[in-house]
Design a protein around this ligand. Structure first.
Ligand code: PEP
Ligand code: MN
Length: 362
């Protein structure tokens, strides 16, 4: 992953003397009064760095509120004049970018639906080329890290160095307690690949439920995310979009003061104890991998034998026997049945793959 950043200016720009970054404001701009009253209340919260509002809303079904359009940018500009907030909004096309530049918006973000579409991202990238604007890229709605990275790279290649990512969770099939489950391994892997890239967590869109936002915000900070984007509305119950997940500025203020900022570094005296425990884990993992590989080699021999005897790769009764016995053994040793099933299933898939490979080669 090749990303060139110039974050010093990004930090100064968001006045980020007070880690983490906090961006707040309504899901959607609705009226001038709603924008100004929300912003004035938010201004009382010292830690909020920028004011967000959606101007064009990407709705799942047509017919719901689709945003106020250009007039909302005028209100955003008014917010900036009256409160001094940096302003932020979502763009989905070159025309949106041009209008945002006209109304002096400070931060643009690429929404989750757009970042799933390289054509849209490229159009936005071409439109921001030559400007010095901050761009944040939300994760695509589907859990595809390469797509997220690709979107960041496209914007970066257009010369945008004040770049960040927003983690807003991923669409899930079926019932889930979260609107967009966080799948933390993806933002964590992004951080591992590009440690300098700021990642801002959006607990509003992850949870879709205002009661769960404090929990998710704390979790994000505990996982070293660099900031939060939280939707707020002067009167959430009558909001025209995402009413369930918006909170009042007053509640936001309490949420922020309850957040615990933990030190990502361990004190020196604890380090050697931790290193020791980690090296034990490393050794055990090496042994497990070694043993699994030995097991697979035996599977391979069984595969050859089965082929010579002309029997099928899978014998259901043998598999059933393994499942029952091993699950009982795992449970007796304190492992959950669910974990044992997933583990055995993975082992089984791999061993079938190896045995089928033999058949294909013969
Ligand atoms: C939003 O921030 O209001 C929004 C529509 O977000 P997302 O692209 O994450 O759905
Ligand atoms: Mn929203």
């Amino acid at each position: 992953m090749k990303i060139e950043l110039d974050l010093e200016r990004f930090d100064n720009f968001l006045e980020n003397k007070r880690w983490p970054f906090l961006i707040s404001g309504p899901c959607s701009a609705e009226t001038e009064e709603q924008m100004l009253s929300t912003a004035k209340e938010l201004r009382k919260i010292e830690k909020v760095s920028a004011f967000r509002a959606g101007i064009w809303k990407p709705r799942t079904r047509p017919g719901s509120f689709e945003g106020v359009g250009e007039i909302g940018l005028k209100w955003l500009q008014l917010v900036k004049q009256e409160t001094g907030f940096r302003t932020a909004t979502e763009v989905a096309s070159a025309a949106h970018v041009e209008l945002c530049l006209k109304y002096d918006v400070d931060v643009l973000w690429v929404g989750a639906r757009s970042s799933a579409n390289p054509f849209s991202v490229q159009e936005i990238a071409d439109a921001v080329r030559g400007t010095d604007i901050i761009v944040l890229v939300k994760n695509p709605i589907n859990p595809d890290l390469q797509l997220w990275i690709g979107a960041l790279e496209r914007i970066n290649k257009a010369g945008i160095k004040k770049l960040g990512a927003i983690h807003r969770g991923f669409s899930a099939y079926g019932e889930n307690v979260f609107r967009n489950p966080p799948l933390w391994s993806l933002p964590i892997e992004l951080k591992r690949l590009c440690p300098a890239l700021p990642i801002i967590c959006d607990p509003s869109h992850i949870t879709g439920n205002r009661d769960l936002i404090p929990f998710m915000a704390q979790k994000a900070l505990d996982l070293n995310m660099d900031g939060l984007m939280i939707e707020s509305h002067i009167q959430p119950s009558v909001a025209l979009s995402d009413a369930h997940q918006q909170i009042t500025p007053l509640i936001l203020s309490k949420l922020i003061s309850d957040l615990v900022l933990r030190d990502p570094h361990l004190p020196n005296d604890k380090r050697s104890e931790l290193d020791e425990l980690r090296s034990q884990i490393d050794e055990i993992d090496e042994t497990i991998i070694q043993k699994i590989s030995e097991r697979m080699k035996i599977s391979q021999k069984i595969g050859e034998l089965k082929h010579n005897m002309n029997v099928t790769v899978l014998q259901v009764s043998r598999w059933q026997q393994i499942l029952e016995g091993r699950i009982a053994l795992g449970k007796a040793m304190g492992l959950s049945g669910e974990f044992m099933e997933q583990y055995l299933d993975a082992i089984h898939q791999e061993s079938i793959r190896i045995q089928e490979d033999i058949l294909n080669k013969l």
